[in-house]
Design a protein around this ligand. Structure first.
Ligand SMILES: Nc1ncnc2c1ncn2[C@@H]1O[C@H](COP(=O)(O)OP(=O)(O)OP(=O)(O)O)[C@@H](O)[C@H]1O
Ligand SMILES: [Mg+2]
Length: 257
C-alpha cells in the first residue's frame, strides 16, 4: 500500500483538459506547487500577499511560518482556490488554478487535501462517515468508499473508532479523523493550517509524527504553524512570511532566523 500511488479516482476526467501553460519565468522541472508573482488584496483593502514567488517540489515538506496576519492562511486559501489572487498565477500539479474552470474545482480539492486547526468534522456523522463523505457525494460506490475509508483510517490508527461520533473523540482523534478525510481521495498534496493549534504538546507530536509519515509515503506537505518547537525539531524547509512577503526560505530551516 502506498499513498504515492496515482489517484484511484477521477483520472479519466483529465484526458480532455489541457494544462494551462506554465509561467515563462519559472524554472524547468517545475514543482508541484508554484506561486508566480502572487499578490492578494482582500475586498476591504488589506494587502495580504505581495509579489510572492514560491516553488514547492513533489514530496517536499514545507513549514509556513510568520506572525499572525503574515499571510500563511491566505496562501493556503489560494492553493485550494477558496480565494483568487489579485495578480499572479497559482499552479498546482501543472495546472493554472486561477484560470481553471469552476467545474474543475472539486477535482482540485480531491488532489489537495486540507486539515484545519478546528477539525471541521460533521458532528452528526460517525468517523467513518466523515471520512467517506467526499467519496460518496462524488458518486463512488459504497464498496469503493468503504475500502478507501478503511485504508485511510488504518493509516491514521483510527480503525477501532470508526463508528464513534466526533464528540466521543479526543482532540487528537478528531484531528486524525480530519487527516483521514483529507487523505481518502489520495491527494498528492496535504495542506495543514495550524493542525496542532488546539492540541496539547504530547498530542501535537503524535499528529506531527503522523504527518511526517504521510510525507514519507510520498504526499507533499505544506503546514502553516506557530509551533516553534516542532519546526526546530524537524528541520524541514521553512518559508517565512512577513507582512505578505517571503522574507526567508531555507532548507532544513529553523522557526526563527
Ligand atoms: N477575508 C478577509 N478579508 C479581509 N482581510 C483578510 C481576510 N482574511 C485575512 N485577511 C487579512 O489578511 C492578512 C493575512 O491574513 P492571514 O489569515 O493570511 O494571516 P495568517 O498568517 O494566517 O495569520 P494567523 O497566524 O493569525 O493565522 C491579515 O492582515 C488579515 O487580517
Ligand atoms: Mg492563519
Amino acid at each position: 500500500m502506498s499513498w504515492a500511488l496515482p489517484p484511484a479516482y477521477g483520472s479519466g476526467e483529465d484526458t480532455n483538459e489541457q494544462p494551462a501553460a506554465l509561467p515563462s519565468g519559472a524554472q524547468g522541472g517545475l514543482g508541484l506547487i508554484t506561486l508566480d508573482d502572487v499578490s492578494k488584496r482582500y475586498p476591504n483593502g488589506t494587502e495580504a500577499l505581495r509579489d510572492v514567488d514560491l516553488d514547492i517540489g513533489d514530496g517536499d515538506f514545507v513549514f509556513l511560518v510568520g506572525s499572525s496576519g503574515a499571510g500563511k492562511s491566505t496562501i493556503i486559501r489560494l492553493l485550494i482556490r477558496e480565494e483568487l489572487p489579485t495578480t499572479g498565477h497559482v499552479f498546482v500539479d501543472g495546472q493554472d488554478i486561477v484560470r481553471m474552470r469552476r467545474s474543475q474545482v472539486p477535482r482540485l480539492r480531491r488532489r489537495v487535501g486540507v486539515v484545519f486547526q478546528d477539525f471541521k468534522l460533521l458532528p452528526r456523522r460517525t468517523v467513518a462517515e466523515n471520512v467517506a463523505f467526499a467519496l460518496l457525494v462524488t458518486g463512488h460506490s459504497d464498496e469503493e468508499a468503504r475500502e478507501e475509508t478503511d485504508r485511510a483510517l488504518t493509516l491514521v490508527g483510527l480503525a477501532p473508532r470508526r463508528d464513534h461520533f466526533p464528540d466521543q473523540l479526543s482532540g487528537g482523534e478528531q484531528q486524525r479523523t480530519a487527516i483521514a478525510r483529507a487523505l481518502v481521495s489520495r491527494p498528492k498534496i496535504l495542506i495543514a493550517d495550524e493542525p496542532t493549534g488546539n492540541l496539547d504538546p504530547v498530542t501535537s507530536w503524535e499528529i506531527i509524527k503522523l504527518l511526517v509519515r504521510v510525507n514519507e509515503l510520498g504526499t507533499t506537505m505544506v503546514m502553516a504553524t506557530h509551533n516553534a518547537e516542532i519546526v526546530n525539531a524537524l528541520r524541514r524547509r521553512v518559508v517565512h512570511l512577513d507582512h505578505g512577503t517571503v522574507v526567508r526560505d531555507e532548507r532544513q530551516g529553523l522557526y526563527a532566523a
